[in-house]
Design a binder for this molecule. Structure first.
Ligand code: ATP
Ligand code: MG
Length: 412
């Protein structure tokens, strides 16, 4: 038997298919953005008033789309390139990107903006409003403009008091200035978050909405090919492997259209090839990587087998809504309505609200659904529900079958 030291040494020296794994990191900013060229164009058109009529208006654009559709990377690339290009035209624009999931309050967000502008703010004692004023004076002194991306803005909308939301969004109602130097990109994964906001605030955010559709398989193929070129040694990734990953994830083929998951699968396939000592990443490695990443999802699907009729009907209600409305999350009331409709169709008595609520709590504990508070607004807070996995046709068929079986066993 080999000695541990020998195993370690030979493994350290064993060749890898990966030339530069960092090119597959989620934070890596690629040079090109295949299939988002039109979005870069739309963003430029939305922001070109900063160049044409500097200071006249504050631009705000919403970018929306499911997870892994390139919202963050496109905003970052746009912001950097836009700032560079307008510099040649004599306009100073800085780009600032803040993640509202990480910076959870208005105060932390304003500090982050200041930090990225390399502005030092006294450590304590200032309100967010005062910090914003300092930021604005700084921009004024330097005759500069700033595009601020508030990424994962859903979190901010869902967790902040209305006055903070109001302040960010209606900045120029509060700051008495003539030249508007702050413009925004709001990245919102799920637009239903907006529906619970006060109308005046909502209209201020959602003027210009750019939708990022989930990627089709041929689009994922191009994105993956770019990464293969920069992250792997020449000729170490088979075309079949790339095709497999793009097909399994392509939205047009029933996948989620998620580029992040596709790149993750490619990376894991590479590591599996390495672990097996294979000089080439084959479709088998891609399949293994895919099933390993899906294992977690399949454990959740297994749990469905143990549900009773009524919680199962709630899952079915969410599947129906997701498919019909092409959204991800729904107010609890809508889910209950759909559930009651299903009960009626099946000829069973719907459970009472408190019982339904209890089922939802359990489904959440089982990891089958997610719940989220909607933002505060005129209609008050409501709970939004979403499935933790895509509402695919297979899932729908599977759940429908389970419902049929449960209904039958109940009648016996
Ligand atoms: N068109 C593209 N070309 C190259 N890489 C892309 C493209 N779209 C997405 N990616 C890559 O896919 C990954 C996910 O993209 P990104 O983080 O921008 O998604 P997102 O829409 O912000 O998702 P989330 O809603 O989960 O934050 C990143 O590694 C990103 O570089
Ligand atoms: Mg993102």
């Amino acid at each position: 038997m080999a000695l541990p030291s020998d195993i370690i040494n030979s493994s350290l020296n064993s060749p890898s298919v990966l030339k530069d794994g960092s090119k597959l990191n989620p934070d890596y900013i690629p040079e090109r953005l295949p299939h988002r060229e039109d979005k870069l164009k739309e963003l430029t058109i939305a922001f070109r008033d900063i160049v044409n009529e500097p200071g006249k208006s504050s631009v705000r654009v919403v970018i929306t789309g499911r997870t892994g559709t390139g919202k963050t990377v496109t905003a970052r690339i746009f912001g950097k390139a836009f700032a560079e290009q307008v510099k040649n035209r004599g306009i100073k624009v800085e780009y600032v990107h803040v993640n509202c999931h990480r910076e959870r309050t208005l105060y932390l967000i304003t500090l982050k903006i200041a930090e990225q502008l390399k502005l030092s703010i006294p450590p304590r004692g200032l309100s967010s409003q005062e910090v914003f004023k300092i930021i604005h004076e700084y921009l004024e002194r330097r005759n500069m403009y700033v595009i601020i991306t508030l990424d994962e803005f859903d979190y901010f909308l869902n967790s902040s008091p209305p006055e903070d939301i109001y302040f960010i969004v209606r900045l120029y109602d509060e700051l008495a200035v003539n030249v508007k130097r702050v413009s925004y990109i709001f990245i919102i994964r799920d637009l239903t978050t907006l529906s619970s906001l006060d109308k005046t605030v909502r209209d201020h955010i959602a003027r210009d909405i750019i939708e990022f559709p989930p990627y089709k398989s041929n689009e994922l193929y191009d994105i993956l090919q770019d990464r293969v070129k920069i992250a792997f040694y020449d000729g170490t990734v088979s075309d079949d492997a790339v095709k497999f990953i793009s097909d399994i994830n392509g939205f047009d083929k029933g996948g989620s259209g998620n580029a992040r998951l596709s790149i993750e699968t490619l990376e894991l396939a590479g590591r599996i090839a390495d672990a097996e000592g294979s000089p080439i990443v084959t479709v088998e490695h891609a399949k293994k990587a895919n099933s390993r990443l899906n294992e977690e999802a399949s454990i959740i699907l297994d749990e469905l087998n143990y549900l009773e009729l009524h919680p199962m009907l709630l899952v079915k209600a969410l599947i129906n809504l997701s498919k019909r409305e092409k959204k991800e999350s729904f107010p609890i009331g809508e889910v209950e309505d759909e559930y009651s409709r299903l009960c009626e169709l099946l000829g069973v008595e719907p459970r009472r609200h408190t019982q339904v609520f209890e089922y939802m709590r359990r489904l959440k504990l089982m990891g089958i659904i997610n719940t989220q508070q909607s933002g505060k607004g005129m209609r008050g807070r409501t709970t939004l529900l979403s499935l933790t996995f895509p509402a695919s046709q297979e899932l729908d068929d599977y759940v429908t079958k389970l419902i049929g079986a449960l209904k039958n066993s109940e009648q016996k």
